[in-house]
Design a protein around this ligand. Structure first.
Ligand SMILES: C[S@@+](CC[C@H](N)C(=O)[O-])C[C@H]1O[C@@H](n2cnc3c(N)ncnc32)[C@H](O)[C@@H]1O
Length: 590
């Protein structure tokens, strides 16, 4: 060392020696304070104890990144993004629009063409913007009106004119609350159902609903006023862009179909399932579709079926009703109400799933049999429908606490291990503190513009629970490779779905305002290409939307150059939070 302390002292350069000494103390102090970042070794799910001490100023990442610790030379940064080419790419959903795979299908009888067929490799292109696309109408106005140019698909206006699903008015689509079965409006329908069966108690006992064949999701949209959260579900079919309308309105929704495969939800999860003329042949294939509903329905949960076989007497309807009676009896569902609403001229039947196995055991013959739990896959990702009854869980007589206590009370499906409850409560405390002290205070996010949120690695749903008082909703995604915490999420009164992030998600482009991603990438990047994941994130996110990542600096360093190449603005906070903001840039804009 040319300039050693010894030499300085020997040459009597005391001011230099003193300055050198001070510098040494300062550097040591910096090193120590950085190594004390309290959120380290974070594994999920589990109890989370500490938080960053105080929000520190954000680091804005520029192209010269040396001062931020971002490695600008990460070799997977790409500069030459291309737009996806071909007709309809504005609305491209890679796993549902794989026409090559769809054309090669042997059968479409069971809606195979509406199921997932993911391209391999996953696309790396960017979806174009529709002409005249604007920042969406803010919530809650968006529930009733959206920009026409954002989802320029007028087919349903004509196709469902008499039913008033959606109306065009100037630059807007308006949603007057009509539907095939909502002749007096959806609000009236919902009131009538509760009068028919008061124990339903919307928003207290009944909190989490699945609406199969949801149309434009007016049923779920209206129930939000009653503190009910509905997963509105429908395929991408001739009801053009129905799920895109739902999400543009700010109503929770997902693309899926009752076809040959299980729905990607856990067993015993929904409090209530609703089907209003949803066109599913529940009695087909020996009742396999109905057995799928039975699987995902909570013990003691209800199925509301509002369809012509319930209240019309023509031959076809009578036959369907007869076979529904046989199948529902064979799976021990009880009819708890059946009624006809004079004013709207429609009828509903309400079934209830049992809470005890005694009926299963007392059936003459064992048909359908109980599913063999030893050979059942432990989730429903790409699994065929079964012809069996899922045995009731040990907690089948316990309904979750009434909403909102259910959000924080011990979930019935929580593991019975001794530390499980403390871990769960610790997780809730952790997310509550992190959200209030860091996410809402310290980051460059304008939460008042955020409505549709996805937690890409949701654990116990603590992130979603911490936002419960804000006017936003969260799709809690549990990756199929992580521990299966989705039953707990449903027990808490939240919604979620399984997914593998090496594939594209079943949603339209530009449907989420914020994607949250806590410690997902390390495992993910062992299996798939981070650039493909980034292209998918870009597809799902709206212009003006945010990606909020909590991860190690190694991952942040990998991700940042890719997001920068997409022309996003980026901030890093406390060396573990990355906030990326997408704008309107597309490759051909330049
Ligand atoms: C006549 S509309 C009823 C819409 C809404 N429930 C209402 O009452 O206004 C039929 C709905 O069922 C959906 N659908 C058709 N086949 C389906 C299937 N196999 N699985 C899930 N949804 C289906 C359609 O996409 C559409 O949303």
């Amino acid at each position: 060392m040319a300039l050693s302390v010894h030499n300085l002292l020997k040459e009597r350069k005391y001011p230099f020696a003193f300055a050198f000494f001070l510098l040494l103390i300062f550097v040591t102090f910096l090193l120590i304070s950085n190594s004390q970042s309290p959120i380290t070794n974070f594994t999920r799910p589990g109890p989370f104890s500490s938080l960053p001490k105080s929000p520190s100023p954000l680091t804005v990442i520029s192209s010269n990144t040396s001062s931020t610790g971002i490695d600008a030379n990460v070799d997977n940064a790409i500069d030459e993004w291309e737009l996806c080419k071909g007709p309809g790419m504005v609305d491209y959903i890679p796993c549902l629009d794989n026409w090559k795979a769809i054309k090669a299908l042997q059968s479409r009888r069971h809606m195979e063409h509406r199921e997932r067929h993911c391209p391999d490799p996953s696309p790396r292109c960017l979806v174009p913007l529709p002409q005249g696309y604007k920042i969406r109408v803010p919530w809650p106005k968006s529930r009733d009106m959206i920009w026409y140019n954002n989802v320029p698909h007028p087919k349903l206006v004509e196709y469902k004119k008499d039913q008033r699903w959606v109306v065009k008015s100037g630059d807007y689509f308006i949603f007057p609350g009509g539907g095939t079965q909502f002749k007096d409006g959806v609000d009236h329908y919902i009131e009538s159902v509760e009068k028919t069966l008061p124990v339903i108690e919307w928003g207290k006992k009944t909190r989490v609903i699945l609406d199969v064949g949801c149309g434009v999701a007016s049923f779920g949209g209206s129930l939000l006023d009653k503190n009910v959260i509905t997963m509105s579900l429908a395929p991408k079919d001739e009801h053009e862009a129905q799920i895109q309308f739902a999400l543009e309105r700010g109503i929770p929704a997902t693309l899926s179909v009752i076809g040959t495969q299980k729905l990607t939800f856990p067993d015993n999860s929904y409090d209530l399932i609703h089907c209003a003329r949803c066109r599913v042949h529940w009695d087909a294939d020996g009742g396999k579709p109905l057995m799928e509903l039975n699987r995902i329905l909570r013990p003691g949960g209800y199925f509301i079926w509002s369809a012509t076989p319930v209240y019309r007497n023509d031959e076809r309807d009578k036959n369907v009703w007869k076979s529904m009676v046989a199948i529902t009896e064979s799976i021990c569902w009880k009819v708890v109400a059946k009624t006809f609403y004079e004013s709207s001229q429609i009828g509903v039947v309400i079934y209830q799933k049992p809470v005890s196995s005694s009926c299963y055991e007392n059936r003459k013959g064992n048909n359908p049999p109980l599913c063999d739990q030893a050979i059942r896959p432990n989730n429903s990702w790409y699994v065929s429908l079964e012809s069996c009854i899922v045995p009731l869980p040990s907690y089948s007589d316990k309904w979750p606490s009434p909403w909102p206590e259910r959000l924080t009370d011990k979930p019935p499906s929580l593991s019975s291990e001794s530390d499980a409850e403390e871990n769960f409560k610790g997780d809730t405390r952790h997310w509550s503190a992190l959200v209030s002290e860091v996410y809402l205070e310290g980051l460059a996010i304008n939460w008042s513009n955020v409505r549709n949120v996805m937690d890409m690695n949701a654990g116990y749903g603590g992130f979603a629970a911490a936002f419960i008082n804000l006017p936003l909703w969260v799709m809690n995604v549990v990756p199929v490779q992580e521990s299966d915490t989705l039953p707990v999420i449903f027990d808490r009164g939240l919604i979620g779905i399984y997914h593998d992030w090496c594939e594209s998600f079943n949603t339209y482009p530009r449907t989420y305002d914020l994607l949250h991603c806590s410690f997902l990438f390390k495992n993910l990047t062992k299996r798939c290409d981070i650039i493909e994941v980034a292209a998918e994130i870009d597809r799902i996110l709206r212009p003006g939307g945010y990606l909020l990542v909590q991860d190690t600096m190694e991952i942040i360093n990998k991700l940042s150059p890719i997001l920068k190449s997409l022309h996003w603005s980026l901030n890093v906070h406390q060396e573990q939070f990355l906030v990326g903001k997408k704008d309107f840039w597309r490759p051909d804009n330049e």
